[in-house]
Write a protein that binds this ligand. Sequence first.
Ligand code: SF4
Ligand code: SF4
Ligand code: SF4
Length: 286
Amino acid sequence: MTREAVVTPPVREVPVPRLPERQRAPRKPSVAVWKFSSCDGCQLTLLDCEDELLAVAGAVELSYFLEAGFSSDGPYDLSLVEGSVTNEADRRRIERVRAVSKHLVTIGACATAGGIQALRNFGDVEEFLSIVYASPRLVEALGESTPISAHVPVDYELRGCPITRAQLLEVVLAFLHGRRADVVASSVCSECKLTGNVCVTVADGMACLGPVTHAGCGALCPSYKRGCYGCFGPMESPNLPAMIGGLNRRGLDDGSVVRLLRSFNAAAPQFQAATQALIEMGECPT
Ligand code: SF4
Ligand code: SF4
Ligand code: SF4
């Protein structure tokens, strides 16, 4: 019995369909998150976006964000920078970050005003080091803590200590869509009114920096019956002389006013100029 020869039909090459140009997935914008001298609180605001995080992750390529485990090479479409420049390594690194970033946004009081660590700017860093550290020569620190904008051009500054989720998402979306960020530049007082708070200064005589502080927190502290201490930094056009006059009339001497203004945004130009003027005028401590 002869076996019939099996004839294998020739294999036809099936062409791989090519998607038309418009159907190919567009490249997602790449986002990087950088840390300088800071506490990580502002970066954590991004991770804290819970409900919105998946949508953000779907819209962008998180390329560099060590806190979340991403570390791809640049260049990047948007860099979010947390922290201030406090040593030589920071100074060199921020220039490299700027060079690989199409847009650069600073996030938080450290990055926009030097942060609470800028209190060193009013003292003697060498003296602090000798008191605090057993081997001060091992600590490499510049005499001042400076905002990112003192070193490289910055496209947008987002305030707060820490920043708020809503404002962060708005700024990221604005950059992704090539539009202006819709972030109000008014004072905490305006948010207090919108929230329906009773003014703690008028009702209880408390010191409150709300009139000169940038909006964004939703008047958080007055909502809990305490005065604002300015963690969002100066508003767009703060009237510091009127603010200081009001604080004096409510019993705060100039030394107390200086201490109130010297916290998370001590080196913000408007706050720094006001405290310096008070110090030069009187006997209050530096
Ligand atoms: S601004 Fe405040 S929360 Fe943000 S990194 Fe600096 S210290 Fe931390
Ligand atoms: S409580 Fe403070 S922020 Fe609110 S309205 Fe009074 S001064 Fe302004
Ligand atoms: S009320 Fe003032 S101190 Fe309190 S969170 Fe808002 S900006 Fe910061």
